[in-house]
Ligand binder design. Structure first.
Ligand code: ATP
Ligand code: MG
Length: 395
C-alpha cells in the first residue's frame, strides 16, 4: 500500500479531444509549483498522482494554489481489486481514525468488475462491521466517509477531500497582458484571468519623480503575489512621465484622464503585440469612476483593436475587496503610495468624453514619438513567485 496525493480534474474532464494537452500542462504546472521537491507525477484520464517521500503538508499547500484542479486528496493505493485484501488494508488505516459512525462510497472505473458500486459498498460495509469493533453505518452525516475507487490494476482509498481552485491550467489559453496598477482591482483581475488558463504578463506605468520608488515596489510585490498562480511573471515597467507631463501642460484638464488612459491603452497594445499576448486585461468596473462610465470606456477603448477583457466589469467594489483579501493582495494594495493616475487627477473629469474632442486634443502633443520612446526604453523584469517565509509560523 502506498500513501499518495491525487487530483481530480473537474471541468477539465469535459475537454474531449484536447484533454491530453490540458493534463500535460497541469502536470507541468504542478511540477513547477513543486520544484526542488522529490516527487514523481503520473496521470490517466481520471486522476493525476503525486508520489513522494517529502512532506505531504508542504505539497498540499503548494498544489492548492495551482489552477485546473477540482479536488485534491490524500489517499492510499492498493494493488489489485480484491475486496478482502482491500478490506484488510482499510482495517489497518482505520486505526488512525477516531469515529463511531461511517459509510462506504464506492466507484468502479474497472468495468471488468461485475458488481455495482452499491453492492461493493455494502460488501465493504459488512466487512468493516464484522472486523472493526463498535462501529455503526450511518448514511446521513456519518463521522467518517470511506471512499473507495476500484481502478484498473489498483484500488484507491481515501477519507478526506480538499477543494481545489478550479479553472484551467495556466498557459492553456495562451498569454494576456494585465494592466497592473497599485490599486485593489487590477491584481484581482489578474488572478481571475489566470484562473481561466491565461498566462499573464503585466505592464505598470510609472511617472517618476511624481510617483515614488515605493509605489513601484508595491506593484512588484503585487506581481510577486500573482506569480504564485502564474508560475512566474514578466513585468513591463513603462516610464510615463513625459507623456503625462505633455498631457498635463497641453490638454484641457477635464480630458486629462481620458487621454492619459488612451495613451496607456496604446502602449499596452504595442507591448502585447510584441510579447504575443492576445488580450489586454484590466481592473475597470462599470461606473466605478468617471473614466469607467460606458461613454468613457468607449472613448478609451476606441484606440486599440486588441480585445480588452475586464473581469471585474460587473462586480461591486465590496465583492472585489473580498477576493483581494482571499488572494492576499489587499493589504499591499491599500498601502498609501501615489499612483500616476492619482497625482494628475483633475477636479472635474469629463464623464461623457467625445471621441472627436479626444482626437482634436491629442493633436496638441507629439504622442506617437513619446509612445515610441517609452516603449523602446521600457524596463522588463522577470519576477519569481513570493517565497513562503518558513519561519513565519514559529515567530
Ligand atoms: P482602485 O482599486 O483604487 O480602483 P485601480 O488600479 O483599479 O485602483 P483605476 O483608476 O480604477 O485604478 O484604473 C482602472 C484600471 O486601469 C486598473 O484596474 C488597471 O488595470 C489600469 N491602470 C490604472 N493605472 C495604471 C498604472 N499606473 N499602470 C498600469 N495599469 C493601470
Ligand atoms: Mg478601479
Amino acid at each position: 500500500m502506498e500513501k499518495v496525493i491525487f487530483i481530480k480534474y473537474g471541468e477539465l474532464s469535459t475537454k474531449k479531444e484536447n484533454i491530453n494537452f490540458f493534463l500535460n500542462k497541469l502536470k507541468e504546472n504542478i511540477s513547477f509549483a513543486l520544484r526542488g521537491m522529490k516527487v514523481k507525477i503520473d496521470y490517466d484520464l481520471g486522476r493525476m498522482f503525486i508520489h513522494t517521500e517529502d512532506s505531504f503538508d508542504e505539497i498540499l499547500s503548494k498544489v492548492t494554489k495551482v489552477f485546473g484542479i477540482h479536488e485534491i486528496n490524500v489517499g492510499y493505493l492498493i494493488l489489485g481489486n480484491d475486496i478482502l485484501e482491500v478490506g484488510e488494508e482499510i482495517k489497518k488505516l482505520l486505526l488512525d481514525y477516531d469515529f463511531r459512525t461511517f459509510k462506504v462510497e464506492s466507484k468502479r472505473s474497472n468495468k471488468i468488475i461485475e458488481k455495482t458500486s452499491v453492492e461493493l459498498s455494502k460488501e465493504m460495509g459488512a466487512f468493516i462491521l464484522k472486523n472493526v469493533p463498535n462501529k455503526k453505518v450511518l448514511v446521513n452525516n456519518p463521522d467518517l466517509v470511506i471512499n473507495i475507487e476500484y481502478r484498473v490494476g489498483n484500488t484507491l482509498v481515501y477519507f478526506e477531500k480538499i477543494k481545489g481552485l478550479g479553472g484551467y491550467p495556466v498557459g492553456t489559453l495562451g498569454k494576456g497582458l494585465l494592466m497592473l496598477s497599485g490599486g485593489i482591482d487590477s491584481p484581482v483581475s489578474g488572478f481571475m484571468s489566470i484562473k481561466r488558463g491565461v498566462k499573464i504578463e503585466a505592464v505598470y506605468f510609472e511617472s517618476p519623480p511624481h510617483t515614488s520608488r515605493e509605489a513601484k515596489d508595491k506593484v512588484i510585490k503585487l506581481a510577486r503575489k500573482l506569480a504564485v498562480y502564474n508560475n512566474d511573471i514578466v513585468l513591463h515597467i513603462v516610464n510615463f512621465t513625459d507623456i503625462q507631463e505633455a498631457i498635463y501642460k497641453n490638454i484641457p484638464h477635464e480630458y486629462l484622464i481620458t487621454i492619459m488612459r488612451r495613451m496607456m491603452y496604446r502602449i499596452s497594445a504595442i507591448i502585447a503585440g510584441r510579447r504575443n499576448c492576445k488580450i489586454l486585461i484590466n481592473g475597470e468596473s462599470i461606473g466605478q469612476v468617471a473614466s469607467q462610465t460606458l461613454t468613457s470606456m468607449r472613448a478609451i477603448n476606441e484606440v486599440v483593436r486588441i480585445p480588452v477583457i475586464r473581469p471585474l466589469a460587473c462586480f461591486d467594489k465590496l465583492d472585489i475587496i473580498d477576493i483581494a483579501k482571499k488572494i492576499d493582495t489587499y493589504e499591499t494594495s491599500i498601502l498609501p503610495f501615489e499612483d500616476c493616475c492619482t497625482i494628475f487627477v483633475p477636479k472635474h473629469p469629463v464623464i461623457n468624453p467625445s471621441i472627436e474632442k479626444c482626437l482634436e486634443y491629442e493633436k496638441l502633443i507629439p504622442y506617437e514619438e513619446l509612445i515610441y520612446k517609452s516603449v523602446k526604453e521600457h524596463e522588463i523584469m522577470k519576477i519569481e513567485a513570493e517565497e513562503k517565509n518558513e519561519f513565519a509560523e514559529l515567530l
